[in-house]
Design a protein around this ligand. Structure first.
Ligand code: CA
Length: 537
């Protein structure tokens, strides 16, 4: 006898949980700290010839590589908060390194747990609060140490006293051992797992395991052309009206920024001229960095070998990313924080042979707020309404963007002139253009640097060396992008309400008319005077 109620109930249930327990993949989310696309072979940069990441490259060969994956605020804690909450930082409240996400807001782990996943967090965490939404954790306190690392481990002792130490070990080796130990000893074979495996490397100051001392020792590291002169790069915000702020904006490889640069940090010989000193500092910097990267890659070979042996490799959605990009001497910059491509862009590789085609690539724009929804989708879980991001699982599986998929990435660096002398900025990145607005003030609208705008045609000028903002041929593009940026800010709720002094400055300098420019020049002169007097940073 036909019973319509039962049939429709069964259909409804089927649509909610399309995947049976046995079909649900494990999800392994691997993230390194500050590992940028230029230092991953599969991204084909100038460093690819050095073959820095053969293991990580295998994920691209056997899965999909995203060319346009972006963080929304290029610094550790805020990016991690975006991934865990699926929210932009003005919503999750993690504007800078002081932010925290308490267990009740660790949405990604909570949702996975509710759906029956074993949830695990191992390695660098950097969100201050206990990772209490996870079934098991073993995390570095704060930045953590490279050698003899201490971890806080879920167990009998309460957070934050629950520490153990790995004497005589490098953090990348210890983190891999911890993940392997969890897989071997604590994994429930009857449930799928969601495991976040996070390296501290290659964060500064790039302390590598002693076995890498000779790696690349005799190699001259290829330089980016924009390590040197770039007369059309930047704006009043990064250079001043007549380059007078070059020594003060953005820490450098060579001696440009006297306060903080790698020639000074690595004690490059004072007898060397500026050009030779910059070249020497660049080589030391890159070798330290790439030795840390090599340690990550070798450890992943160990982890993947175990997954292969146990048959887990093909039953697991494996993602590799960094928490943001990193400047490896491009524009003579170190560190991240900038909206320039090398810093804004994240590596994003995903492997799941059951549904993702080997060797595929996508130029779809995806943001770190979309990672959580995507992982949940692979696990058969709907995106909770609290998340702003959206799943791009169908892009992974078909290579095609849904009709209404986003065509722009949002960016906002909230900190101002902290650590690496980067002014605060906001911007929009489309597939062809990038518009950056340096509004240049702290949360109270103080310590001002000159407001300025930059426009790059990233299709024609992927190295971003020609600022087209004042080019008459791009006047229409500027108007359109400003309008899109304003709408995007409203759509994602970055209304500036929490920081009215900052928002007032953004609005004041938005149209960038002659009066604004005169005022920006005054601010530049005033900033220079404050620096020359040795004023407060
Ligand atoms: Ca980082």
């Amino acid at each position: 006898m036909f019973r319509p109620f039962q049939l429709s109930a069964a259909l409804l249930l089927g649509s909610i949980t399309a995947l049976g327990v046995e079909d649900r993949p494990n999800v392994l989310f691997i993230m390194s700290d500050d590992h940028t696309t230029q230092a991953i072979g599969a991204y084909g940069s100038r460093l690819a010839a050095l073959n820095p990441t053969p293991t990580i490259d295998s994920l691209a060969r056997e899965g999909m590589l995203f060319e346009n994956a972006y963080c929304t605020n290029s610094i550790c804690t805020p990016s991690r908060a975006c991934i865990l909450t699926g929210q932009y930082d003005h919503i999750n409240g993690v504007y800078d390194l002081g932010g925290r996400i308490e267990p009740r807001r660790q949405y990604l782990a909570l949702e996975m747990g509710k759906a029956g996943y074993q949830t695990v967090m191992i390695g660098k965490w950097h969100l201050k609060e206990e990772p209490g939404a996870f079934d098991y954790y073993c995390v570095l306190p704060g930045q953590g140490r490279y050698f003899d690392p201490v971890f806080r481990v879920q167990g009998k002792e309460p957070w934050p006293k629950n520490t153990i130490q790995f004497k005589g070990m490098h953090s990348s080796d210890a983190i891999t051992d911890l993940t392997l130990a969890w897989l071997k000893e604590k994994r429930d074979p009857n449930r799928p797992f969601f495991l976040m495996h996070h390296y501290k490397a290659p964060h500064d100051f790039f302390k590598y395991a002693p076995r890498y001392e000779t790696y690349l020792a005799d190699v001259q590291i290829p330089e980016p052309a924009n390590l040197w002169e770039q007369p059309h790069f930047g704006s009043i915000a990064t250079r001043g009206t007549e380059d007078e702020l070059l020594p003060y904006i953005g820490t450098s490889i060579g001696r440009r920024n006297p306060r903080r640069n790698y020639a000074k940090h690595y004690k490059v010989g004072k007898e060397l001229g500026d050009e030779a000193a910059k070249r020497a500092a660049y080589n030391i910097y890159l070798k330290h960095y790439l030795r840390c990267v090599k340690g990550v890659d070798d450890n992943l070979a160990r982890l993947f070998a175990y997954l292969d042996e146990t048959g887990l490799m093909d039953k697991t959605v494996i993602i590799y990313t960094g928490d943001q990009g990193f400047m490896l001497g491009e524009h003579d910059y170190m560190d991240k924080r900038w909206m320039y491509e090398e810093s804004q862009r994240m590596p994003f590789l995903i492997r799941y042979p059951k549904t993702i085609q080997a060797g595929s690539r996508s130029d779809a724009i995806v943001e770190n707020v979309d990672y959580g929804p995507t992982m949940l989708d692979f696990a058969g879980i709907k995106t909770p309404t609290v998340m702003q991001g959206r799943s791009f699982r169908t892009i992974c599986e078909t290579g095609r963007e849904p009709q209404d998929w986003k065509q722009e990435a949002y960016y906002r660096y909230w900190m101002h002139m902290a650590h690496h002398d980067n002014p605060a900025h906001v911007g929009i990145r489309t597939k062809q253009f990038k518009l950056i607005f340096y509004y240049g003030c702290n949360y109270k609208g103080q310590n001002r640097t000159p407001p300025g705008w930059e426009l790059y045609d990233v299709k024609k000028d992927p190295r971003e060396v020609v600022n087209l903002y004042d080019d008459p041929n791009h006047a229409d593009v500027v108007v359109q992008l400003k309008d899109r940026l304003a709408k995007l800010r409203r759509r994602i709720g970055d209304t500036g309400e929490d920081y009215p002094e900052v928002e007032a400055i953004i609005q004041e300098f938005w149209n960038d008319d002659a009066a604004d420019r005169a005022r920006a020049a005054e601010i530049s002169r005033a900033y220079l005077r404050s620096k020359e007097k040795g004023g407060r940073r």
